[in-house]
Design a protein around this ligand. Structure first.
Ligand code: C2E
Ligand code: CA
Ligand code: CA
Length: 930
């Protein structure tokens, strides 16, 4: 693109030039006009001057001639033929003839006189035989004003050029007067030929003309020299411009320019110009001053020096007219710069001086290097690819245009045999069942320019099937149509094997080899998607209690048993009955195409029998849950499995131990929902919200010997938004299951201790408060520490605190729990074993147990109403407990008969509705006062 600024400058320059030229022309024209005008004026003036002189001379000559003629002779002439005879005529004629002959340039001389009012010729200077001869008396018909003038005025007249029959003349006509009276008797006419007259003036003008010419020459010379100087000035300007142009190009050129003398750099030309430009310094990193002291051979990279020197030698010897070379120079810091160097003669300069042009090509070289590196790494990549890389046509054969070396190992065919389908096409290698699928996939992704990724099998030259993964993409031309396909085909046989393993592990239970829950879920999901007319159901076998076996006999024992059970159950599998190992200690049958519920129950009975025979000696409870699948519930697999679990749990906990199979029903799920609401309420209380909804009631305990209230049992109560008052029999197990019992237990302990504090504050120091403690609570590491801290904070007497623990917690961690109890006991607290008689513990073990009291369960107290004193063992329990050093509390006493029996058998304390129902804190405090 043209630089608009420069274009403008050029425009201005041209306009200036034009103006200058116009001025120049006008000046020259003015000078010319002045010179010509003055020359013409001058010549005109001279001409007039010489003409006047000639006229004066002519008049003088004529007048002096006239004075030579004798008027008396003239007077004799009559103006006719007779005059010819007269002597005077002859004398006068001779005089005229002599005059004409001797006086140049007079051509004619004649005498004219007035006769009868006309002017007639009296005589002329011509001989009578001349054709111009006029005989005397001839009428001068050409007479005009001028001819008449001397006759009338008596003055000499010089005529203007007059043309007559003899030519063009200038005549001087002098009157010849009668000396006596002064009258004009005749006139003497002398004719000068006009040409000769003028010629004579011209001749006189020669010096003037020469002067004018000289002046003209002078003017021309002046003009010329002025013109020369202007041209010179313009040339000077042009030179300055050229110089500026050269200088800016030199300094600002994006290539390095230097003048070099043989092997040295020239820093300044003989005219003082800088000979190394800024770019040259910039590329090399050396300043001009430094370069002046260096030879280019010194800063040339060693490896490139030889090539440069050879070329330079040829150049110096005139063998080549210049050369270019990619070479490296060493910078001052020792680094290297790649340049493209052109060495050429300095035009117009002879000798050893030459021009050196440099272009920095380091970047290009770097790119080239990177390209080479990338080519190299590409080739490394290709040769180490676990498969082949390809470029192929987008046709039905996948005609190969390029195939990498790995082809041989992958396919058993050499790359060349695949190129252009020479021996075999790639399509032939693809296992037939994948060919259409592959084509379809390419057709799908190419229009969207998506990457291609597909796993399929090929058949190698050896006939072996191999899994491969192909990844590729389309190569498109400018019009967007597919030019070729490029990509890689990798051997993934190993991965496939691994994947198969992984899938197997993913879908199977490692221990039993049965399909696992994930597989079951997928199967149910798939079955849910297809319409199903036959009945379908899931049967869960809940062997959860087997964990107790693990506890008792170790993991391997229970797992071996599980394997055994799995093998026995497998026998029942057929096309309509699949067995899964859904969780640890849980199996599921997926039964299809059964008749009705009866049918299912029948099947379950068989299973129960199997379990019975295997587990009879293990004393663990199992349960079978059944969920029937219908159109309404088939989609929610999560829900199906959850319901299955609920049903099987229900079956385990069924009170009637004979029925161990339970169909899932909606009541169960509402039970679950209720449990969820309660759990939520409890968790809010545990986190400090609605804390008043958990409160305590206190049931009095009677000391039999003194017949006085000796203590209270603190009983927890929950007030729930949705269900009102919820029994601890319901919410305590829920709190235990969710482990919320830990924070809730702390709240309960705190409230109970505050109640005890209130009793003590009222001055009753002998009354104690018993708190129910769950096993989970007791097993907390810092349970004792927290409890002691609370006791300290409320400042109550520890010996007035009772802790009630159910028997069941001693089934596990006996040692640990007993040690904790010892600590608590040593602090003065009283430990009571709650619900005694219902659990696993035996009286024998109570000996080592760090307990103070046994609390006989209501079950044994109730018995007292139906059994005779002899039949009841309650009294034996009391005496045994006493022998072991424990005091005995009877709970759930509602009847006088019970009370009497207990008193009779020495029971220490009584608790029950007969004594008092659980009371609010205020009522309890009131009762003490009474
Ligand atoms: P438990 O410790 O055996 O408590 C005695 C239960 O029997 C109480 O039921 C009490 O109200 C009831 N009871 C007392 N005398 C009679 C009677 O003469 N006739 C009848 N029919 N029942 C009587 P409650 O309050 O429903 O407590 C049930 C169970 O909840 C308790 O049994 C205890 O195991 C548990 N529990 C209550 N409060 C707590 C607590 O704060 N923490 C823990 N961990 N468990 C608690
Ligand atoms: Ca209790
Ligand atoms: Ca109890």
């Amino acid at each position: 693109m043209k630089n608009p600024c420069i274009a403008n400058d050029v425009g201005i320059g041209q306009a200036d030039n034009l103006k200058h030229k116009q001025l120049h022309i006008s000046l020259v024209a003015l000078i010319l006009v002045v010179a010509i005008t003055s020359s013409v004026l001058y010549l005109h003036f001279s001409w007039n001057k010489y003409r006047d002189i000639a006229s004066a001379e002519a008049v003088m000559l004529a007048e002096s001639l006239e004075s030579l003629l004798h008027p008396e002779h003239i007077a004799v002439l009559s103006g006719n033929e007779e005059d010819l005879q007269k002597q005077e005529y002859t004398m006068l004629k001779l005089s005229l003839m002599r005059l004409v002959k001797t006086t140049n340039p007079i051509r004619f001389a004649y005498l004219m006189g007035e006769r009868n009012g006309n002017i007639v010729i009296l005589m002329d200077s011509e001989s009578s035989d001349s054709p111009e001869y006029s005989p005397p008396g001839q009428l001068y018909s050409e007479a005009n004003q001028t001819t008449w003038e001397p006759f009338r005025s008596g003055n000499t007249v010089l005529s203007k050029p007059i043309t007559d029959r003899w030519g063009t003349w200038i005549s001087v006509i002098v009157p010849i007067k009668n000396p006596s009276n002064g009258s004009v008797i005749a006139v003497l006419g002398i004719d000068y030929p006009a040409s000769q007259w003028n010629l004579r003036i011209w001749k006189q003008m020669i010096p003037d003309i020469i002067i004018v010419l000289c002046l003209g020459l002078l003017v021309y010379a002046l003009y010329h020299s002025w013109n020369q100087s202007t041209t010179l000035k313009n040339l000077g300007k042009k030179l300055a411009y050229d110089e500026a142009l050269y200088h800016s190009i030199f300094t600002q050129a994006p290539i390095g320019i230097a003048i070099v003398n043989d092997k040295s750099f020239v820093t300044q030309s003989e005219f003082g110009h800088t000979s190394i430009n800024i770019m040259f310094e910039k590329i090399l990193g050396w300043t001009s001053q430094e370069l002046e002291r260096k030879k280019w051979t010194e800063i040339t990279f060693a490896e490139d020096l030889q090539a440069d020197l050879e070329k330079f030698e040829q150049f110096k010897n005139g063998e080549i007219n210049g050369y270019s070379l990619e070479k490296r120079f060493i910078k001052p810091d020792g680094s290297v710069v790649w340049t493209d160097m052109v060495v050429s003669p300095l035009l117009g300069e002879s000798g050893s001086v030459h021009l050196c042009l440099l272009e920095d090509i380091s970047k290009r070289k770097e790119t080239e290097k990177a390209l080479i590196e990338s080519e190299r790494s590409k080739s490394v990549l290709l040769s180490n690819l676990p498969g082949l890389a390809y470029r192929c046509k987008y046709d039905s054969n996948w005609t190969m245009l390029f195939v990498s070396e790995g082809c041989l190992e992958l396919t058993g065919y050499a790359p060349e045999s695949l190129l252009h389908n020479r021996e075999i096409s790639f399509n032939d290698i693809i296992s037939p069942e994948y060919r259409i699928l592959l084509d379809k996939e390419w057709k799908r992704i190419l229009p969207q320019r998506l990457p291609f990724k597909y796993e399929y099998e090929i058949t190698t030259a050896q006939g072996e099937r191999k899994w491969v993964l192909e990844m590729g993409e389309g190569v498109y031309d400018e019009q967007g149509s597919v030019e070729a396909l490029e990509g890689i085909v990798l051997d993934i046989s190993d991965r496939k094997k691994f994947e198969d393993n992984l899938r197997y592990n993913n879908e199977h239970d490692a221990w039993t080899g049965l399909h696992n829950r994930r597989f079951l879920e997928n199967l149910l999901k798939n079955d849910a998607a297809i319409p199903f007319s036959e009945k379908r159901a899931l049967i869960s076998i809940n062997l959860n209690a087997m964990y107790l076996l693990s506890l008792r006999y170790g993991f391997h024992y229970s797992q071996a048993l599980i394997q055994k059970i799995a093998n026995e159950l497998r026998v029942y599998c057929n096309e309509n009955c699949m067995l899964f190992s859904s969780y640890e200690y849980r199996f599921v049958f997926y039964v299809t195409a059964y008749e009705d519920k009866e049918d299912l129950m029948c099947f379950c009975e068989k299973i129960e029998n199997v379990l019975e025979s295997l587990l009879s000696s293990e004393s663990i409870t199992t349960g079978l849950g059944i969920v029937e699948i219908d159109d309404e519930n088939k989609q929610d697999i999560e829900m199906l499995l959850k319901n299955l679990l609920i049903a099987s749990e229900k079956a385990i906990h069924a009170e009637d131990q004979t029925i161990r199979t339970c169909f899932f029903n909606e009541e169960m799920s509402s039970q679950i929902a209720r449990e969820q609401v309660i759990t939520y309420e409890l968790s809010r209380i545990a986190s400090g919200e609605n804390i008043e909804r958990l409160f305590l009631q206190y049931q009095p305990i009677l000391d039999v010997p003194s017949n006085r209230i000796c203590g209270f049992e603190a009983l927890a109560r929950l007030n729930c938004d949705d269900f009102g008052l919820v029994s601890p029999l319901e919410f305590i197990p829920i709190a235990e299951k969710s482990r919320l019992i830990v924070p809730l237990g702390e709240i309960i302990i705190r409230k109970a201790l505050e109640f005890l504090k209130a009793i003590q504050n009222n001055g009753h120091y002998g009354i104690s408060v018993s708190i129910n403690i769950s096993g989970i609570q007791l097993l907390q590491v810092d349970f004792v520490k927290n409890l002691l801290q609370q006791i300290e904070e409320t400042n109550v007497n520890p010996s007035n605190i009772g802790l009630e623990l159910t028997e069941s917690i001693f089934t596990s961690n006996y040692e640990e729990i007993n040690a904790t109890l010892a600590k608590l006991k040593s602090c003065g607290m009283k430990i009571a074993i709650d619900d005694f008689g219902t659990g696993y513990s035996s009286l024998a073990r109570e000996r080592e147990l760090n307990a103070n009291c046994l609390k006989i369960d209501k079950f044994f107290i109730d018995k007292l109403l139906f059994l005779s004193d002899e039949e009841a063992i309650t009294g034996d329990i009391i005496s045994m407990a006493h022998k072991l050093g424990h005091c005995v509390i009877a709970e759930g006493v509602e009847d006088e008969r019970q009370l009497n029996y207990l008193k009779h058998h020495g029971c220490d304390k009584i608790q029950g509705y007969l004594i008092g129902k659980p009371l609010s804190e205020r009522d309890a405090l009131e009762i003490i006062e009474k």
